[in-house]
Design a protein around this ligand. Structure first.
Ligand SMILES: [Ca+2]
Ligand SMILES: [Ca+2]
Length: 470
């Protein structure tokens, strides 16, 4: 029987310890950190500081991993490169960059086509659509850069026709990128615009690295691309060639991981930033109190979002801040539930006191303090002022102060009245009377007291040996 009881007791102890450990993970952040992990998404939040009004600033880190996921259908990258005389000295470095782009493609799905153009004269298919890196490199190494006798066109139209002749029944995403100055010597800008429009009308993405100092033509060129982010303008040839690689990356279609997180209105977003595990910054967009960030799933990535929030006003109820989701590769996951606590000020219970002169006075007697979040704070109460002097009648004050773990300080002042404590006075005079006379010991006797007033009725005769017969 004893053994059973011992085992029950042991189990209860284990359960109690387990509950305590568990509750440590479920509590809310104050001075200690709180971390919630759900579906591999972790969110950790700490109180960073309190301002002079006791309002808290929280710093947190949201982390999650996204897998690499290129689009399953692949991309067809069609590069239209200007080989007119302005570009002659840069053909080699341009070829190197295009080789780099090719080396970064997923050749199980992706293909590349390279067209040499002289915008006002001819276009030449340098590399037909292929997923063979050797063919791409060979085409780029070839000194045969045209012009070959192709009828004059804008280059775009030639590229579109060449692509459509080679693409087969693939459903790859067609990406057309030009690197050119569209130096329309003897040509017509309208031809270029018409050609670009045909590419876009076919549903192909069009991007452009534009190398020209002529701002009028740059304005026209800017409107030819599919999206403003697919336009790069420079007068520096080397910079433009580098930009070609970035443009290819930007236009490459991959799945995107997206975060959308709504921060409650009771909190101000002081700062938020995101980066991947290689330290690359991920752009974060703030739409009111909604945080949005997205990054292409072009590699396995661990994303870290660092944020700083501050309560706009004292939060009086526990506040859920995990309202949001992360979506990637057609999956969507909710952010882990995490809450920050209320931030109530502590309350001091202390009442005014009246005591009599000469009495002893303990300023802490009957005083207590409590706090919604911290519980009993009586032991933290400090007496910050106390002028009570019980040896003299008067009105005095005692001030108490207590601070909770959120840095909220409450003070309270009570009034202590010390009253007089005089002894009562009996008025009675000696008496002379004749033998046999009647004697009333209370006749002419009265009593009064500073505090109590008339005490005559309370006068008791405690001894009386008067005998009028003797
Ligand atoms: Ca509190
Ligand atoms: Ca008295």
């Amino acid at each position: 029987m004893n053994t059973i009881n011992n085992n029950v007791e042991r189990l209860l102890k284990i359960f109690l310890i387990f509950s305590l450990v568990l509750s440590a993970f479920l509590i809310y952040p104050r001075s200690a950190q709180v971390e919630a992990v759900d579906n591999g998404i972790s969110n950790e939040i700490n109180v960073k500081e309190h301002d002079e009004e006791g309002l808290r600033t929280f710093a947190g880190t949201l982390q999650f991993e996204v897998p690499e996921d290129k689009t399953p259908v692949g991309n067809d990258i069609v590069i239209l490169r200007d080989v007119s005389w302005t570009f002659q000295n840069y053909i080699e470095s341009e070829s190197q960059v295009i080789k780099q782009i090719a080396s970064e493609l997923d050749m199980t799905n992706d293909r590349m086509m390279i067209i040499n153009i002289s915008p006002w004269t001819n276009s030449f298919l340098a590399v037909d659509l292929t997923n063979d890196l050797n063919k791409i490199n060979a085409g780029l190494n070839s000194k045969e850069i045209g012009p070959i006798q192709v009828p004059e066109d804008s280059g775009f139209q030639f590229a579109k026709e060449a692509y459509e002749a080679s693409k087969g029944n693939s459903s790859n995403n067609p990406i057309f990128i030009t690197i050119s100055d569209f130096d329309v010597v003897g040509g017509d800008i309208a031809t270029i615009e018409a050609g670009a429009q045909k590419v876009k009308d076919a549903g192909y993405k069009l991007g452009m690295v534009y190398i020209d100092a002529n701002s009028d033509r740059a304005e026209i060129a800017k409107n030819l691309v599919s999206s403003p982010e697919y336009f790069f303008n420079t007068t520096d040839m080397s910079e433009g060639i580098t930009a070609l690689r970035e443009m290819a990356k930007r236009m490459y279609t991959v799945q995107e991981a997206k975060v959308e997180w709504r921060i409650p209105e009771q909190l101000n977003i002081l700062s938020v930033s995101a980066k991947d595990d290689e330290g690359n910054e991920i752009p974060v967009e703030l739409d009111g109190n909604i945080i949005r960030a997205k990054t292409p799933q072009d590699a396995d990535k661990k994303i870290t979002i660092e944020y700083v929030l501050k309560e706009t006003d004292r939060i009086t109820g526990d506040l859920e801040i995990g309202q949001g989701s992360i979506s990637y590769s057609n999956e969507e996951q909710s952010l882990p539930d995490i809450s920050i606590t209320s931030n109530n000020v502590p309350v001091i219970e202390a009442a005014d006191k009246t005591l009599k002169k000469g009495a002893s006075f303990d300023p802490m007697a009957g005083v207590s303090a409590s706090d919604t979040e911290d519980g009993n704070l009586t032991s933290s109460v400090r007496v910050t002022a106390n002028d009570v002097d019980t040896s003299a009648v008067g009105t005095y004050h005692v001030t108490y102060s207590v601070t909770d773990s959120d840095g909220n300080t409450t003070t309270k002042t009570i009034t202590v009245t010390v009253t007089s404590n005089d002894a009562p006075v009996i008025t009675a005079s000696d008496k002379t009377l004749k033998k046999g006379g009647s004697f009333d010991p209370m006749a002419g006797v009265s009593a009064s007291d500073t505090e109590d007033g008339n005490l005559t009725s309370s006068v008791r005769v405690t001894a009386n040996d008067v005998d009028t017969s003797a």
